[in-house]
Design a protein around this ligand. Sequence first.
Ligand SMILES: [Cu+2]
Length: 132
Amino acid sequence: MKDVKKKLMILTAVLLLCGVVYAKDYEVKKKAGDYDVNVKIDKNPPVVGDNNVEIEIKDAKGGYVTDAVVVVEYTMPAMPGMPAMKYKAITVLDGNAYKGKINLAMSGSWNVEVKITKGDKTSKAKLSIDAQ
Ligand SMILES: [Cu+2]
């Protein structure tokens, strides 16, 4: 009896360990004008509800851009029984990354636009995510 418990505990530990190893962030690299944009979402795949987003932006020289205003717009086109949805999330700079939260109202494909404004210039990175 004790042996079975021990085996179960080891099995659980192995499963937990695997979970930790494979629970990777959802990550996409995109170009926005001259910028290299790296978008990370803490859920993989992104989920219906809250998802934390982390955005790193590098200029053409490879340096972090930390003085921009970064907004995330996410939309879903109209579908039968559902009007088009459009939301906006602001981000706050933390270290070298802009952090924000997007709340996906339903599962399916969302168009995400990262708008980077510096001075009077706005650059956009577009991606699409599939919420589960
Ligand atoms: Cu929808």
